[in-house]
Design a protein around this ligand. Structure first.
Ligand SMILES: Nc1ncnc2c1ncn2[C@@H]1O[C@H](COP(=O)(O)OP(=O)(O)OP(=O)(O)O)[C@@H](O)[C@H]1O
Length: 460
């Protein structure tokens, strides 16, 4: 049965956007705009999860959390807040919220929190150790390390040949004004690549605005892109700045651009051609100077051929295209990313897991990682949470990783030593034998690198 979620959000457009996204991710979602309406819903229905904004008209999200806890204690709660102050968040956690999320956020971030929260719910009923993390939480004001669990934005270059080429493209195209189309499977790092391009450009001091086109219902897309004036349609209770204006002089990243309706494609094309936008309900045109980076995991050429995607828009967006390698195609980077995500997970969860057990390493090497870096990151985070020893054991690894690993035979010999040795050789080569740079590339200290050089008897 689908899990039921109640969203309480007075910004209707935003609420609908999250609603549409969560529905596409197989949840049954109800949306309320006031605390009163939400209380009625909580009285009459059963929800697995309540997601409420902190600021509600003549009401507060915290009061609603209190109410929900009383009338429906089994409903989990997440607070959305534009005011990411620790006090409010602590207050929310004290009231029993699983977590909080600071606005603005992308629907995927919310989904990740929901998935993590759901994991916690399942695990805490069957495994006691998860509840024993209190001392670490205390250091963080009782918060489940939300700020740390946010992606700190570290970009791992990778040392495989495909990664080198990919990174070279990012650096080359970054400083130009070209619109870039990023193509790659889900979870390969398209958004991270878009951010890197922005960082390499002269626009880096201005905004990078990311928009998930797949999450925007077509009726409100114009208002999302170009903004609206108060009263221009039911629910437009305030003036709203659109993404184009927010990204002025910066970069606008349009994820899943292939999902835009034909009508929205026309509106987008017009804005790109004229470099002007008109908020919904306004007569005033606003000049905008925006660099567009788009991403898709579908074949846009095919979509053009099928008449689903406008050819003129495709050419405008695709002044330069970059294919992001799948994790399968950059297996030399697997343990570099593993190490990076392990450190992130340790930090976010207040743990100190050192690495993978030998069996897990083998399983990781054999698995095809269809969900790419996102899947790797999630698997590691979940495993770190469940690990109570130095090394991640096989029994905390999700079944699908193990099942698939058992059926496939390894193509390359990636025994730990030979793999590690090769990684070090590659990194030293990449760094022109500069040990500090190589250590940085490998995410290890210089001392560890010197030890490894001695261990593998490499020429220093
Ligand atoms: N080069 C990198 N260095 C560090 N982390 C990375 C890198 N590339 C991707 N990641 C991490 O992998 C995860 C997936 O990346 P991202 O969200 O950019 O993928 P995506 O291709 O945009 O996904 P989707 O297709 O689902 O939109 C993120 O958590 C991101 O932080």
């Amino acid at each position: 049965m689908k899990k039921r979620i109640l969203i309480v959000e007075d910004d209707i457009a935003f609420g609908k956007m999250i609603m549409a996204f969560l529905e596409r991710n197989n949840f049954e979602v109800s949306l309320c705009t006031t605390g009163k309406e939400a209380r009625d819903h909580l009285n009459k229905n059963t929800y697995e999860l309540l997601i409420t904004d902190l600021k509600l008209p003549e009401d507060s999200g915290l009061a609603l959390l209190d109410y929900s806890k009383k009338v429906t204690p089994s409903t989990q709660m997440i607070l959305m807040t534009g005011y990411a102050d620790v006090t409010t968040a602590v207050e929310a956690i004290k009231k029993g919220a699983l977590d909080y999320i600071s606005k603005p956020f992308r629907p995927e971030e919310l989904l990740m929190i929901i998935e993590q929260a759901t994991d916690l719910v399942i695990e805490s009923s069957s495994k006691v150790e998860i509840g024993q993390k209190k001392p670490d939480n205390e250091n963080n004001h009782g918060l489940p390390n939300r700020e740390l669990s946010r992606d700190p934005g570290t970009f791992i270059n990778g040392i495989s040949e495909v990664s080198k080429k990919f990174n070279e493209y990012l650096k080359l195209v970054g400083p130009t004004l070209m619109n870039v189309l990023l193509q790659g499977e889900s979870g390969t790092g398209k958004e991270v690549a878009a951010k890197a391009i922005h960082a390499y450009s002269s626009r880096s001091k201005n905004n990078f605005v990311a928009v998930d086109c797949g999450a925007i219902p077509k009726e409100i897309a114009a208002s999302e892109f170009f903004g609206h004036v108060k009263g221009s349609f039911t629910g437009a209770v305030n003036d709203k700045t659109g993404h184009f204006e927010a990204a002025n002089k910066g970069t606008l990243f349009l994820d899943e651009v292939g999902n835009l309706s034909y009508e929205n494609q026309i509106q987008l094309l017009r804005a790109l051609q004229e470099r002007k936008i008109k908020p919904v309900g306004s007569n005033m045109e606003i000049d905008v100077d925006v660099r567009i980076i788009t991403a898709t995991n579908e074949d846009l050429v095919k979509a053009v051929a099928l008449g689903k995607f406008r050819e003129d828009l495709y050419h405008r967006l695709n002044e330069f295209s970059i294919e992001i390698p799948s994790l399968r195609d950059r297996k030399d980077d697997l343990f570099l990313f593993t190490h990076h995500f392990l450190e992130q997970a340790n930090e976010a969860l207040g743990k100190n897991v050192i690495g993978l057990s030998k069996q897990v390493e083998e399983a990781f090497k054999r698995y095809a990682w269809p969900g790419n870096l996102r899947e790797l990151k999630n698997v590691i985070k979940r495993s770190v949470l469940l690990t109570n020893s130095d090394l991640i054991p096989l029994d905390v690894i999700p079944r699908e990783v193990l099942v698939a690993s058992n059926t496939e035979t390894p193509v390359v010999d990636f025994s730990k030593e030979s793999n590690e040795k090769q990684l070090i050789i590659n990194a030293l080569k990449e760094a022109g034998n500069n040990k500090s740079r190589a250590a940085k590339l490998l995410h290890i200290t210089r001392k560890t690198l010197y030890n490894k050089i001695a261990q593998y008897q490499l020429k220093s």
